[in-house]
Write a protein of this length. Structure first.
Length: 154
């Protein structure tokens, strides 16, 4: 089983969007039983809060539910538990490495790497533009799935 943890600052916008979109994507590809997918925050600010309404609307429009998800903070234990820890931007990556005490097993990636880009996933918290975030997430997740199909022979 491939275990993936998507991470952003608060775990209410970008990382849950990636979590639920990717879960839907792997299910549509008949691979749901091959994955464990979760998301987390690098901060404590939103812990226990539900998914942001803008993210819920984008997921609902695609027929994807995120019911019951509340924000949690990533832990050092997550580094041991997950195969891939995927941050949404360079600040997430820096904070993830700090929380994990580095990245000795090379498990930490930036989402848009899988789409062949070094850019950050657009942060709707500041812009309110959930459409731009959705484009980045869907592009990054498609690239991630292709990467994992090759690497893990799925």
């Amino acid at each position: 089983m491939v275990k993936i943890l998507f991470i952003c600052h608060g775990n209410i916008c970008r990382s849950p969007m990636a979590q639920f979109y990717f879960a839907d994507l792997v299910a549509k590809n008949g691979l749901a039983d091959r994955f464990y997918i979760d998301s987390a925050a690098t901060s404590y600010e939103e812990i226990g809060n539900p998914v942001h309404p803008g993210t819920r609307r984008k997921l609902q429009a695609a027929g994807i539910s995120c019911a019951g998800k509340t924000a949690r903070r990533m832990t050092r234990e997550d580094y041991r538990e997950f195969d891939y820890l995927i941050g949404m931007d360079r600040w997430n990556i820096r904070n993830m490495q700090q929380i994990c005490g580095g990245d000795p097993e090379k498990k930490i990636y930036k989402m848009m790497e899988f789409a062949g880009s070094d850019r950050d996933v657009a942060d709707p918290w500041y812009t309110g533009n959930f459409d731009a975030t959705w484009r980045d997430i869907t592009e990054g997740c498609a690239g991630l799935l292709e990467f994992l199909k090759r690497k893990c022979e799925l």
